[in-house]
Design a protein around this ligand. Structure first.
Ligand SMILES: O=C(O)CCC(=O)C(=O)O
Length: 278
């Protein structure tokens, strides 16, 4: 008996590689989390950028708390079982009216992780409508194996190397995953997905959280880290991520430097060009 998702939702996720929307945060919690983010951005005088977008749970205690939200973990447990690591937390912010987009890609090809059970939870902290460039997916593509990608390095592309599937995407079969603030979508690490520019009047703020079973291993990088967020880790394949005591906890910030650098090296492996920051 699933804890949060219905039997139908689990069946759809396994068959099509995605499921949405799931209500996670109420209005008050969305406003509080958005305020944490935007207060920090106002303080530094610019939006989150570079390494701040990755492994953000090591910089911000409120992201670490979000990563451990029981309702998210219950839903993830419905999909991948009770022993759960969070590998990464990653902000996807498209400013209102920005050209930022995400080309069609599969994450499995780039993250160096050997588990096809990795599930990405994409949590909306502002409206993610079709107009604001919500994600779209190609149903069933998680069962097609690795599709060919080219690195295009477009500045408006939010992906590190501008990786884009070169063959096999039929846009007519794509499904949009619009979300209201506080809702989340769930997608499999192998599914082809993309998103367009934000033509809306508000920022599109998404936080993706990458959950994997504890047996997963990093196969590309020599060193990697993850946070045990539920159950037991009897494998010890990842260095445990520390929990920040507060935002910008010096020990966690130092760990973030190493951990986000390791992710950058993994993402840019064999790339012709490397961006200085993620
Ligand atoms: O936020 C987006 O539009 C794309 C996000 C994405 O590629 C992901 O979460 O894997």
């Amino acid at each position: 008996m699933p804890k949060v998702l219905s039997e139908d939702a689990v069946t759809q996720y396994r068959r099509d590689g995605y499921f949405h929307p799931v209500d996670i945060l109420d209005e008050t919690a969305v406003a509080a989390n958005r305020a944490h983010l935007e207060t920090f951005e106002a303080g530094q005088g610019h939006p989150l950028k570079g390494g701040q977008r990755n492994k953000s749970h090591l910089l911000f205690r409120w992201v670490d708390d979000l990563m451990r939200t029981p309702r998210i973990l219950d839903a993830v447990e419905d999909l991948i079982g009770p022993d759960i690591l969070c590998w990464n937390t990653l902000f996807w912010i498209k400013e209102a009216g920005s050209e930022s987009f995400v080309s069609w890609h599969q994450d499995y090809n780039y993250w160096g992780l050997d588990s096809e059970d990795l599930v990405t939870v994409w949590l909306a902290l502002s409206p993610a409508a079709v107009e604001s460039g919500c994600m779209r997916v190609l149903p069933g593509s998680h069962k097609r194996g690795s599709m060919p990608h080219d690195d295009k390095f477009n500045d408006d592309n939010m992906l590190t190397r501008g990786q884009e599937i070169s063959k096999g995407v039929d846009e007519d079969k794509a499904v949009f995953m619009p979300l209201k603030p506080g809702q989340a979508s769930f997608h499999n690490v192998q599914i082809a997905h993309a998103s367009g520019p934000n033509l809306g009047a508000d920022r599109r703020i998404g936080l993706s959280l990458h959950y994997l079973p504890t047996h997963a291993q990093q196969t590309v990088g020599d060193w990697d880290s993850a946070a045990l967020v539920r159950g037991e880790d009897t494998y010890g394949h990842f260095t445990p991520a520390p929990r920040p005591k507060q935002d910008m906890d010096p020990d966690a910030v130092a760990f973030h430097e190493r951990a986000s650098g390791a992710v950058r090296d993994i993402l840019f492996k064999d790339a012709d060009k490397v961006r200085p920051t993620l």
